[in-house]
Write a protein that binds this ligand. Sequence first.
Ligand code: UDP
Length: 160
Amino acid sequence: SIFSAFVTDMTTERTFIMVKPDGVQRGLVGEIIKRFETRGYKLVACKMLWPGQDLLKKHYAELSDKPFFPKLIAYMSSGPCVPMVWEGREVVKMGRMMLGATNPLQSNPGTIRGDFCIDVGRNICHGSDGVESAKREIDLWFQPNEVAKYESHSKDWVYE
Ligand code: UDP
């Protein structure tokens, strides 16, 4: 209808998911992508990037006072990462559930962290914790022209 352009389409919510250096080194990029793909979410941006300290300090600015911050920056800058943008209904909240708790010892089996890691400082992937932080993180890691706009041919088989 004429009003549809003004209604928020929940299927276009976006989250920022990133495979961390340990996830890349351990060959878990495909596994992590597979879980979001098979769930029905749509991949709209993806690249490999070895992040520098400046970018990581911006990304984790909220944690700069934490005692683990220097170790976190060293860990995250230790190798290439695979940042991605995933799109779909409630993908921010679902992405966090699919990742599991921050500390993998508290992540349920069946979650990405709960299936593939043990230590909090080696928890293989990042996921935005809210819609606003997702927007901020997507803008920080991607240029607008790196985020694809397209319609999935499965759209009507995933959403009713
Ligand atoms: N982290 C850590 N020690 C801690 C808490 C966090 O090394 O005690 C690391 C961990 O890799 C985590 C990241 O810092 O993923 C960011 O922490 P945050 O609390 O934002 O957790 P997340 O949103 O990644 O689940």
